[in-house]
Write a protein that binds this ligand. Sequence first.
Ligand code: GP9
Ligand code: MN
Length: 731
Amino acid sequence: ILKEKPLFKPKNKIEPSIQINMHFFIFCSIVETDNLIEKEVIRMNRVKKAFSNRWLILLTVSLLFWAKTILAYYVDFSLGVEGSIQTFILWINPIATTLLLFGVFLYVKKFKPALIVLFLMDLLNTLILYLNVIFYREFTDFVTIKSILGFSKVSQGISGSSFALMKVHDIFYWLDVIIFLGILIYLFAKHKEIASKPIKKTFAVAVSCLAALTFSINLSLSEANRPQLLQRTFDRSYIVKYLGLDAFTVYDGIKTEQTNSVRAHASSNGLTDILKYTKSHYAAPDPSKYGIAKGKNIIVIHLESFQQFLINMKVDGQEVTPFLNSLENDNKQTLAFDNFFHEVGQGKTSDAENMLETGTFGLSQGSLFTQLGSDNTFQAAPAILNQEAGYTSAVFHGNVGSFWNRDHVYKNLGYQNFFDRSYFNQADENLGYGILDKDMLKETVGHLEHLQQPFYTKFLTVTNHTPYLTDDKNFNFPALKTGNSTVDDYVRTAHYLDESLRQFFDYLKASGVYQNSIFMIYGDHFGISDSNNKDLAKALGKDPTTWDKFDDAQMQRVPLMFHIPGYTNGGIQHQYGGEIDVLPTLLHLMGIDSQKYIQFGTDLFSPKHDQTVAFRNGDFITPNYTELGGETYENKTGEKVDAKALDIASEIDKEQKQVKQALSLSDKLNQENLLRFYTPEGFTLIDPQKYDYHDLDKKNAAIEKEKGNQSTSLYSKNGNKTTAALYPPIQ
Ligand code: GP9
Ligand code: MN
């Protein structure tokens, strides 16, 4: 062939054999070039294929997003993850929502639009993640729908200081999105014809189902680790920790929509029935108690999970709470109640706080603090005391500020200061829900002594909290020997709490605060749940085999005492009452009439005090009867009785109606946020924006400085010297 059709014609004569060789060489080169071209085409096709393999794309983008979320969990958020189960839940929680959202990509038939959808999902999710990262750096909290809609907090957090809030590692939040965008642009510009086979719809649906399945596994694991996670919403960070940021955003959106729609239909007309009830229910103060603590500092001590049975109880011949007993039994300076009940629902501590601060009930489900507290209008103790009597206010608590949404709610209650976990030594031992009470109380001094007096202060203890974790170093008290560890250790942590208080009081006495204060001490709710009561029965000298609902109800007694140094008319009070009654009682002791405020309880000392104690589920206790789920028990005998036969049916019926009415009117007031339509004369509406719980010590020092000689803080009165050395060493 080459002879007939030579590839080239040499100018000079070349020997035929060489000629053939040359021809062969050229031929081979051409073939090889062709080969190379073909290889290149194959390579290009592979790249194209890879870029157009939908499964690979989905997996890569999802994995990268998962990694970014984990980065945020560990580096930017502090979620308080404890133990391997929580760690596992944390690691899997971004999977479900990421698959669900990114999986939409599989449903879009055409390749390019599908890619755009995926990119937008990635961008949106990254935006949500990053917004939260920035917001968290400023507020130690997550972005809520409300804060986005209201724009107030987000704009405060994001604008202005936003650059200052950025960190070098933030590049990792955006790197994959930028690369994705680059690839998109490249593909669109250079490979106009790029396409890929659409995924069968069944596969797309399968991915969504897988996402749903993953979510339900995630939710069940979470519920097992933290029962009633969604009903009670302890803390926004809990939802993020257990279910992830996207689930939190959706959950928050649904809740916001629910409250908004209730509120949109509310009007001041709704107040008519409420005012009618509270006005007619009002109980005027007993003149002999009115104003007996006027002008004194108020020190509220919240005894975590502390029940009345602990008072005067002995284990192996030793008093569990000798210090609290000495206060309770001081029949001159203390007014203590032995028929006082907690009335909390699922909001536990937060419900107790709500009742004591606002005089309204908690909600029938969940916590009022977390559900409505962020933007409800309140007329609460710190605001009333400040406006009517010039009180400064502060809360001290060894747990993070976001728990029970306190960091938001306290502002609406009018608290000027909130010293949360961040104000205490970070090295302090964290046991369960916060640092140990002894450490917390000791460290409060550095903050307390800078508050202007008179002050209204609340100390939220936390060490006596289920599961009553103990060690032998801090908790040297004999445990009960019932065999149920929750019950057994309860007395040990209660004893610890008692010791913490004794030390705190030693300091207060030495610094002179004690003599000029009224102490309001209460147990917030049960520590031993109904399911454990039978194990406790024997230790209380009761028969576990006859233990019933009636006994469970009686166990809901918690301590309440007003300890007023210098007062001489104290003694144990036997009238029945509950947490809802505390605010009007306290106000009257302080010489402030509660009449113009909407409050659902009555002054415990008033001759007109309503002794019916309403539980959140509608059950109630009176001095004579205990009504549980429509069944009546006689208090004297503990026996179930036939109300009709005893001719008390109509009396019980009337009480039951009133209990239900009070609970539902209180719910209406709070759910519809009706206090925004009612401002009693002389009361100024609280503006939460005025409060900021950062740098509180600096602010209080500035107030001291500005007031100069007029400053009434302990520190100023002590010749500008700290009183911290007066605190006894922690034993
Ligand atoms: C946590 C503490 C406990 O900050 O107040 O709340 P509780 O679990 O008792 O409702
Ligand atoms: Mn509690």
